[in-house]
Design a protein. Sequence first.
Length: 201
Amino acid sequence: MFLYNPSYASHQDGILNSLGRFFEKYYVAKYLEPKAGERVLDVGCNNGKFGRWFSEKYDVSVVGIDVNARPFVENGLELRVGDAEQLDFPDNSFDAVVSMHTLEHLVDPRTALEEMYRVTKPQGRIVLTYPVEFIRGMTTVVSAIRAYGNPMMARQMHLHKLFPDDVSEMLKRGYKGILIRDKHLIATPQPVWLTKQWMFK
């Protein structure tokens, strides 16, 4: 789990964030390679906007989980309250998993990654995005001010400064299967890392 203020999610709709997420979702879709009829888990789905767009555009079934207590079903998208570090799904439940801007908020991202792998089917895909930060919290200072009135809270919101090699190392420790990693620096208005993993169980 992570430090959560319900007002934080509402501050993710600023111009810079909205532009970044607009471009980012197309990159995520490109590397996730969705196939019609597949079941996809969106970990840290926030208000479900990405999952709703993704399900309608690619004819896939999306289940979204978020720590925020707003579970509902809208436009065919199932949203649940859930903890990324304790996913309430059986093994091999999803063809693909996507998690956008969630790992940096978690106390234990390694456990969350292990859970994502546990619920992904053999030969499934996982696509992750996380901010490019050379100082932890630097990309969320404005949101910290708006949500908490204190820029220093940015370092309580982003608990980790992540790079693709860090994520890869976590996966190597937690998963004994074969991983093929693909990593990209996505030059959206707020640059992000995108990491893709193929699974062979």
